[in-house]
Ligand binder design. Sequence first.
Ligand SMILES: [Zn+2]
Ligand SMILES: [Zn+2]
Length: 383
Amino acid sequence: MRTINQSIWIQNHRDQIEATYYHLHSIAECSFQEIETTKFLCDQIEKMGILYSTFSDHTGLVATWRGNEEGPVVGIRADLDALWQNVDGIWKANHSCGHDAHATMVLYAIQMLKELEYKPKGTLKVIFQPAEETGKGAKAFIDKGVIDDVDYLLGIHVRPIQELTLKQAAPAIYHGATKVLKGKVKGVQAHAARPHLGINVLDSIAAMIQAVNSVKMDPTISSSAKVTMVQAGGKNMNIIPDEAVFGIDLRAETNEAMELLEEKVRKAVFSGVCFNGAEVEIETTVSMVAAKSNNWMETVVHEAIEEVLGSEGTFPPIKTPGGEDFHFYSVYRPEIKATMIGLGANLTPGLHHPNMNFDLLALHDGVQIIAKSLVKIFEKQEN
Ligand SMILES: [Zn+2]
Ligand SMILES: [Zn+2]
Protein backbone atom coordinates (compact mmCIF):
# COMPACT_ATOMS: atom_id res chain seq x y z
CA MET A 1 0.00 0.00 0.00
CA ARG A 2 1.25 3.50 -0.78
CA THR A 3 2.30 5.26 2.37
CA ILE A 4 0.50 8.55 1.73
CA ASN A 5 -1.06 9.53 5.01
CA GLN A 6 -4.71 8.48 5.31
CA SER A 7 -5.68 11.78 6.87
CA ILE A 8 -4.20 13.65 3.88
CA TRP A 9 -6.32 11.45 1.61
CA ILE A 10 -9.37 12.33 3.69
CA GLN A 11 -8.57 16.06 3.57
CA ASN A 12 -8.34 15.81 -0.23
CA HIS A 13 -11.74 14.07 -0.38
CA ARG A 14 -13.64 16.07 2.30
CA ASP A 15 -16.06 17.64 -0.15
CA GLN A 16 -16.82 14.36 -1.92
CA ILE A 17 -17.42 12.55 1.37
CA GLU A 18 -19.87 15.23 2.49
CA ALA A 19 -21.57 15.39 -0.92
CA THR A 20 -22.10 11.60 -0.86
CA TYR A 21 -23.51 11.78 2.65
CA TYR A 22 -25.92 14.59 1.69
CA HIS A 23 -26.98 12.69 -1.42
CA LEU A 24 -27.75 9.49 0.52
CA HIS A 25 -29.53 11.59 3.13
CA SER A 26 -31.69 13.25 0.48
CA ILE A 27 -32.83 9.94 -1.09
CA ALA A 28 -33.81 8.36 2.25
CA GLU A 29 -35.81 5.15 1.70
CA CYS A 30 -37.50 2.80 4.18
CA SER A 31 -36.74 -0.85 4.86
CA PHE A 32 -36.64 -3.04 1.73
CA GLN A 33 -37.42 0.04 -0.40
CA GLU A 34 -33.78 1.18 -0.71
CA ILE A 35 -33.94 1.12 -4.53
CA GLU A 36 -32.25 4.46 -5.37
CA THR A 37 -29.80 3.96 -2.50
CA THR A 38 -28.80 0.53 -3.87
CA LYS A 39 -28.46 1.93 -7.43
CA PHE A 40 -26.26 4.78 -6.25
CA LEU A 41 -23.97 2.47 -4.28
CA CYS A 42 -23.73 0.02 -7.22
CA ASP A 43 -22.54 2.90 -9.43
CA GLN A 44 -19.92 3.97 -6.91
CA ILE A 45 -18.62 0.41 -6.40
CA GLU A 46 -18.52 -0.13 -10.17
CA LYS A 47 -16.42 3.04 -10.60
CA MET A 48 -13.87 1.51 -8.20
CA GLY A 49 -13.66 -1.57 -10.43
CA ILE A 50 -14.98 -3.93 -7.76
CA LEU A 51 -17.38 -6.75 -8.68
CA TYR A 52 -20.75 -6.73 -6.94
CA SER A 53 -24.05 -8.53 -6.97
CA THR A 54 -27.61 -7.44 -6.26
CA PHE A 55 -30.73 -9.47 -5.47
CA SER A 56 -33.80 -10.09 -7.60
CA ASP A 57 -36.24 -10.11 -4.69
CA HIS A 58 -34.91 -7.39 -2.39
CA THR A 59 -32.64 -4.36 -2.12
CA GLY A 60 -29.01 -4.15 -0.98
CA LEU A 61 -25.74 -5.24 -2.61
CA VAL A 62 -22.64 -7.24 -1.85
CA ALA A 63 -19.28 -6.30 -3.38
CA THR A 64 -16.36 -8.71 -3.47
CA TRP A 65 -12.79 -7.44 -3.66
CA ARG A 66 -10.34 -10.32 -4.09
CA GLY A 67 -6.67 -9.78 -3.34
CA ASN A 68 -3.87 -11.65 -5.10
CA GLU A 69 -3.12 -13.88 -2.12
CA GLU A 70 -5.15 -16.68 -0.57
CA GLY A 71 -6.58 -15.69 2.77
CA PRO A 72 -9.65 -15.20 4.91
CA VAL A 73 -12.85 -13.40 3.96
CA VAL A 74 -13.24 -10.16 5.90
CA GLY A 75 -16.67 -8.53 5.76
CA ILE A 76 -17.57 -4.89 6.37
CA ARG A 77 -21.29 -4.23 6.76
CA ALA A 78 -23.25 -0.99 6.45
CA ASP A 79 -27.02 -0.67 6.77
CA LEU A 80 -29.08 1.40 4.32
CA ASP A 81 -32.62 2.04 5.51
CA ALA A 82 -34.34 5.14 6.88
CA LEU A 83 -37.34 5.44 9.20
CA TRP A 84 -40.85 6.60 8.27
CA GLN A 85 -41.61 9.46 10.61
CA ASN A 86 -43.21 12.85 11.13
CA VAL A 87 -40.55 15.51 10.54
CA ASP A 88 -41.77 19.02 11.34
CA GLY A 89 -45.33 18.11 10.36
CA ILE A 90 -44.54 16.09 7.21
CA TRP A 91 -44.50 12.28 7.16
CA LYS A 92 -41.52 11.00 5.19
CA ALA A 93 -38.62 8.57 5.03
CA ASN A 94 -35.97 10.09 7.26
CA HIS A 95 -32.41 9.05 8.09
CA SER A 96 -32.51 9.53 11.86
CA CYS A 97 -30.47 6.42 12.70
CA GLY A 98 -27.38 7.46 10.73
CA HIS A 99 -27.47 4.62 8.20
CA ASP A 100 -26.68 7.18 5.47
CA ALA A 101 -23.50 7.97 7.42
CA HIS A 102 -22.61 4.29 7.77
CA ALA A 103 -22.95 3.67 4.01
CA THR A 104 -20.87 6.80 3.27
CA MET A 105 -18.06 5.79 5.63
CA VAL A 106 -17.85 2.22 4.34
CA LEU A 107 -17.87 3.42 0.73
CA TYR A 108 -14.99 5.88 1.29
CA ALA A 109 -12.97 3.45 3.43
CA ILE A 110 -13.01 1.06 0.46
CA GLN A 111 -12.27 3.85 -2.04
CA MET A 112 -9.36 5.06 0.06
CA LEU A 113 -7.84 1.57 0.29
CA LYS A 114 -8.28 1.17 -3.48
CA GLU A 115 -6.68 4.51 -4.32
CA LEU A 116 -3.78 3.87 -1.93
CA GLU A 117 -3.21 0.64 -3.89
CA TYR A 118 -3.91 -1.66 -0.97
CA LYS A 119 -4.17 -5.38 -1.79
CA PRO A 120 -6.23 -7.51 0.63
CA LYS A 121 -4.47 -10.70 1.80
CA GLY A 122 -7.63 -12.62 1.06
CA THR A 123 -11.08 -11.33 0.16
CA LEU A 124 -12.79 -8.16 1.32
CA LYS A 125 -16.57 -8.43 1.21
CA VAL A 126 -18.51 -5.18 1.34
CA ILE A 127 -22.02 -5.82 2.59
CA PHE A 128 -24.61 -3.06 2.09
CA GLN A 129 -27.56 -4.51 4.00
CA PRO A 130 -31.17 -3.34 3.67
CA ALA A 131 -33.95 -3.30 6.28
CA GLU A 132 -32.04 -3.11 9.55
CA GLU A 133 -34.85 -1.23 11.26
CA THR A 134 -37.34 -4.08 10.81
CA GLY A 135 -34.81 -6.67 11.97
CA LYS A 136 -35.33 -8.55 8.70
CA GLY A 137 -32.42 -7.42 6.48
CA ALA A 138 -29.68 -9.49 8.13
CA LYS A 139 -31.95 -12.54 8.03
CA ALA A 140 -32.57 -12.03 4.30
CA PHE A 141 -28.80 -11.89 3.69
CA ILE A 142 -28.23 -14.98 5.85
CA ASP A 143 -30.85 -16.85 3.78
CA LYS A 144 -29.00 -15.81 0.59
CA GLY A 145 -25.74 -17.25 1.93
CA VAL A 146 -24.03 -13.84 1.94
CA ILE A 147 -22.03 -14.62 5.09
CA ASP A 148 -21.45 -18.35 4.56
CA ASP A 149 -17.78 -17.75 3.68
CA VAL A 150 -17.16 -14.77 6.00
CA ASP A 151 -14.52 -15.28 8.72
CA TYR A 152 -14.38 -11.76 10.21
CA LEU A 153 -17.15 -9.19 10.21
CA LEU A 154 -17.02 -5.52 11.09
CA GLY A 155 -19.92 -3.09 11.52
CA ILE A 156 -20.21 0.54 12.60
CA HIS A 157 -22.90 2.69 14.22
CA VAL A 158 -22.89 6.35 15.26
CA ARG A 159 -23.65 6.83 18.95
CA PRO A 160 -25.77 9.43 20.76
CA ILE A 161 -23.89 12.17 22.62
CA GLN A 162 -24.81 10.59 25.96
CA GLU A 163 -22.62 7.60 25.05
CA LEU A 164 -19.76 9.12 23.03
CA THR A 165 -18.84 12.59 21.75
CA LEU A 166 -16.97 13.62 18.59
CA LYS A 167 -13.39 12.23 18.51
CA GLN A 168 -14.38 9.28 20.70
CA ALA A 169 -15.00 5.70 19.60
CA ALA A 170 -15.39 2.24 21.12
CA PRO A 171 -14.37 -1.14 19.63
CA ALA A 172 -17.74 -2.78 20.36
CA ILE A 173 -21.39 -2.02 21.04
CA TYR A 174 -23.06 -4.52 23.35
CA HIS A 175 -26.65 -4.23 22.18
CA GLY A 176 -29.20 -6.11 24.22
CA ALA A 177 -31.82 -8.53 22.91
CA THR A 178 -35.21 -7.09 21.89
CA LYS A 179 -38.58 -8.75 21.38
CA VAL A 180 -42.05 -7.39 20.70
CA LEU A 181 -45.04 -9.61 21.46
CA LYS A 182 -48.47 -8.87 20.08
CA GLY A 183 -51.55 -10.41 21.70
CA LYS A 184 -55.22 -10.78 20.82
CA VAL A 185 -57.81 -11.26 23.57
CA LYS A 186 -61.25 -12.77 23.00
CA GLY A 187 -64.08 -12.40 25.53
CA VAL A 188 -67.89 -12.38 25.33
CA GLN A 189 -70.15 -9.37 24.64
CA ALA A 190 -73.11 -8.55 26.89
CA HIS A 191 -75.31 -5.63 27.85
CA ALA A 192 -73.44 -3.41 30.28
CA ALA A 193 -76.38 -3.78 32.68
CA ARG A 194 -75.72 -7.54 32.85
CA PRO A 195 -71.90 -7.80 33.07
CA HIS A 196 -72.09 -11.28 34.61
CA LEU A 197 -73.32 -12.64 31.25
CA GLY A 198 -70.21 -11.41 29.40
CA ILE A 199 -66.44 -11.70 29.64
CA ASN A 200 -64.94 -8.21 29.74
CA VAL A 201 -61.58 -8.15 27.97
CA LEU A 202 -60.61 -4.93 29.76
CA ASP A 203 -60.66 -6.79 33.08
CA SER A 204 -58.38 -9.36 31.43
CA ILE A 205 -56.05 -6.61 30.16
CA ALA A 206 -55.90 -4.94 33.59
CA ALA A 207 -54.95 -8.23 35.25
CA MET A 208 -52.46 -8.97 32.47
CA ILE A 209 -50.67 -5.60 32.87
CA GLN A 210 -50.45 -6.17 36.63
CA ALA A 211 -49.02 -9.66 36.08
CA VAL A 212 -46.46 -8.49 33.46
CA ASN A 213 -45.31 -5.65 35.72
CA SER A 214 -44.80 -8.18 38.53
CA VAL A 215 -42.35 -10.37 36.59
CA LYS A 216 -39.09 -10.58 38.53
CA MET A 217 -35.71 -11.10 36.89
CA ASP A 218 -32.14 -11.23 38.22
CA PRO A 219 -31.39 -7.54 38.91
CA THR A 220 -27.67 -7.96 38.12
CA ILE A 221 -28.54 -8.62 34.43
CA SER A 222 -30.55 -5.73 33.04
CA SER A 223 -33.94 -6.50 31.52
CA SER A 224 -37.41 -4.99 31.22
CA ALA A 225 -40.91 -5.92 30.07
CA LYS A 226 -43.73 -3.43 29.65
CA VAL A 227 -47.10 -3.23 27.92
CA THR A 228 -46.77 -0.56 25.23
CA MET A 229 -50.09 -0.75 23.39
CA VAL A 230 -53.72 -1.60 24.18
CA GLN A 231 -56.74 -1.22 21.91
CA ALA A 232 -60.19 -2.36 23.06
CA GLY A 233 -63.88 -1.55 23.03
CA GLY A 234 -66.07 -0.01 20.36
CA LYS A 235 -68.18 3.12 19.93
CA ASN A 236 -70.88 2.03 22.36
CA MET A 237 -69.79 2.30 25.93
CA ASN A 238 -72.81 0.39 27.20
CA ILE A 239 -71.53 -2.93 25.85
CA ILE A 240 -69.14 -5.30 27.59
CA PRO A 241 -66.19 -5.41 25.11
CA ASP A 242 -65.15 -8.81 23.79
CA GLU A 243 -62.02 -8.00 21.75
CA ALA A 244 -58.68 -6.39 22.58
CA VAL A 245 -55.18 -6.28 21.16
CA PHE A 246 -52.04 -5.41 23.08
CA GLY A 247 -48.29 -5.11 22.59
CA ILE A 248 -45.43 -5.86 24.98
CA ASP A 249 -41.82 -4.71 24.49
CA LEU A 250 -39.10 -6.92 26.02
CA ARG A 251 -35.42 -6.04 26.51
CA ALA A 252 -32.60 -8.08 28.01
CA GLU A 253 -28.85 -7.77 28.21
CA THR A 254 -28.20 -11.38 27.13
CA ASN A 255 -29.95 -13.89 24.90
CA GLU A 256 -30.26 -16.29 27.86
CA ALA A 257 -31.97 -13.61 29.96
CA MET A 258 -34.32 -12.86 27.05
CA GLU A 259 -35.34 -16.52 26.84
CA LEU A 260 -36.22 -16.60 30.54
CA LEU A 261 -37.94 -13.21 30.42
CA GLU A 262 -40.13 -14.25 27.50
CA GLU A 263 -41.12 -17.47 29.26
CA LYS A 264 -42.10 -15.53 32.41
CA VAL A 265 -43.97 -12.84 30.46
CA ARG A 266 -45.95 -15.41 28.45
CA LYS A 267 -46.96 -17.14 31.73
CA ALA A 268 -47.96 -13.77 33.21
CA VAL A 269 -50.04 -12.93 30.11
CA PHE A 270 -51.92 -16.23 30.19
CA SER A 271 -52.55 -16.16 33.93
CA GLY A 272 -53.68 -12.52 33.81
CA VAL A 273 -55.87 -12.62 30.71
CA CYS A 274 -57.51 -15.98 31.39
CA PHE A 275 -58.57 -15.44 35.04
CA ASN A 276 -62.10 -14.53 33.89
CA GLY A 277 -62.36 -17.09 31.10
CA ALA A 278 -61.09 -14.87 28.25
CA GLU A 279 -58.80 -16.43 25.63
CA VAL A 280 -55.52 -15.08 24.31
CA GLU A 281 -53.21 -15.66 21.34
CA ILE A 282 -49.67 -14.25 21.27
CA GLU A 283 -47.27 -13.80 18.35
CA THR A 284 -43.72 -12.45 18.18
CA THR A 285 -43.56 -9.49 15.77
CA VAL A 286 -39.98 -8.31 16.32
CA SER A 287 -37.00 -10.32 17.54
CA MET A 288 -33.38 -9.15 17.74
CA VAL A 289 -30.60 -11.06 19.44
CA ALA A 290 -28.06 -9.57 21.85
CA ALA A 291 -24.49 -8.79 20.71
CA LYS A 292 -21.97 -11.61 20.47
CA SER A 293 -18.78 -9.63 20.18
CA ASN A 294 -15.37 -11.24 19.62
CA ASN A 295 -12.51 -10.26 21.96
CA TRP A 296 -9.81 -10.59 19.34
CA MET A 297 -11.72 -8.30 16.96
CA GLU A 298 -12.24 -5.81 19.79
CA THR A 299 -8.48 -5.72 20.44
CA VAL A 300 -7.69 -5.13 16.75
CA VAL A 301 -10.31 -2.38 16.39
CA HIS A 302 -9.15 -0.82 19.67
CA GLU A 303 -5.68 -0.42 18.12
CA ALA A 304 -7.14 1.14 14.97
CA ILE A 305 -9.17 3.64 17.01
CA GLU A 306 -6.13 4.55 19.08
CA GLU A 307 -4.13 5.31 15.92
CA VAL A 308 -6.87 7.62 14.64
CA LEU A 309 -8.18 9.28 17.82
CA GLY A 310 -5.37 8.71 20.34
CA SER A 311 -5.76 6.95 23.68
CA GLU A 312 -7.89 9.84 24.98
CA GLY A 313 -10.46 9.08 22.28
CA THR A 314 -10.46 5.29 22.72
CA PHE A 315 -13.28 4.08 24.94
CA PRO A 316 -14.30 0.67 26.32
CA PRO A 317 -17.23 -1.18 24.67
CA ILE A 318 -20.59 0.58 24.97
CA LYS A 319 -23.48 -1.22 26.68
CA THR A 320 -26.86 -0.21 25.30
CA PRO A 321 -30.43 -1.54 25.58
CA GLY A 322 -31.10 -0.67 21.90
CA GLY A 323 -31.42 -3.50 19.36
CA GLU A 324 -29.40 -4.14 16.15
CA ASP A 325 -29.87 -6.91 13.58
CA PHE A 326 -26.09 -7.05 12.87
CA HIS A 327 -25.83 -9.57 15.72
CA PHE A 328 -27.91 -12.16 13.86
CA TYR A 329 -24.84 -12.84 11.73
CA SER A 330 -22.68 -14.09 14.59
CA VAL A 331 -25.53 -15.91 16.30
CA TYR A 332 -26.41 -17.70 13.05
CA ARG A 333 -22.76 -18.40 12.24
CA PRO A 334 -20.87 -18.55 15.58
CA GLU A 335 -17.54 -19.15 13.77
CA ILE A 336 -17.64 -15.52 12.56
CA LYS A 337 -15.52 -13.17 14.60
CA ALA A 338 -17.53 -9.98 14.68
CA THR A 339 -17.66 -6.61 16.33
CA MET A 340 -19.42 -3.30 15.75
CA ILE A 341 -17.55 0.00 16.11
CA GLY A 342 -19.32 2.66 18.18
CA LEU A 343 -18.52 6.11 16.76
CA GLY A 344 -18.95 9.40 18.62
CA ALA A 345 -20.36 12.24 16.49
CA ASN A 346 -21.84 14.82 18.93
CA LEU A 347 -25.17 13.28 17.89
CA THR A 348 -28.22 15.06 19.36
CA PRO A 349 -31.01 14.87 20.54
CA GLY A 350 -30.88 11.10 19.98
CA LEU A 351 -31.13 8.26 17.46
CA HIS A 352 -34.60 7.98 15.86
CA HIS A 353 -35.43 11.58 16.82
CA PRO A 354 -36.91 13.26 13.70
CA ASN A 355 -34.37 16.10 13.97
CA MET A 356 -31.38 13.91 14.76
CA ASN A 357 -28.21 15.79 13.93
CA PHE A 358 -24.49 15.06 14.16
CA ASP A 359 -21.09 16.56 13.32
CA LEU A 360 -20.05 15.50 9.81
CA LEU A 361 -16.39 15.50 10.90
CA ALA A 362 -17.20 12.11 12.43
CA LEU A 363 -17.40 10.72 8.88
CA HIS A 364 -13.66 11.33 8.48
CA ASP A 365 -12.86 9.46 11.71
CA GLY A 366 -15.16 6.60 10.70
CA VAL A 367 -13.57 6.20 7.25
CA GLN A 368 -10.10 5.96 8.81
CA ILE A 369 -11.10 3.65 11.66
CA ILE A 370 -12.84 1.26 9.25
CA ALA A 371 -9.93 1.24 6.78
CA LYS A 372 -7.29 0.74 9.48
CA SER A 373 -9.33 -2.00 11.17
CA LEU A 374 -9.75 -3.92 7.90
CA VAL A 375 -6.04 -3.74 7.11
CA LYS A 376 -5.15 -4.87 10.64
CA ILE A 377 -7.58 -7.80 10.54
CA PHE A 378 -5.91 -9.13 7.39
CA GLU A 379 -2.44 -8.56 8.86
CA LYS A 380 -2.98 -10.09 12.25
CA GLN A 381 -5.40 -12.92 11.47
CA GLU A 382 -5.78 -15.04 14.53
CA ASN A 383 -4.00 -18.39 14.27
ZN1 LIG B 1 -32.40 2.56 14.18
ZN1 LIG C 1 -29.33 2.05 13.24
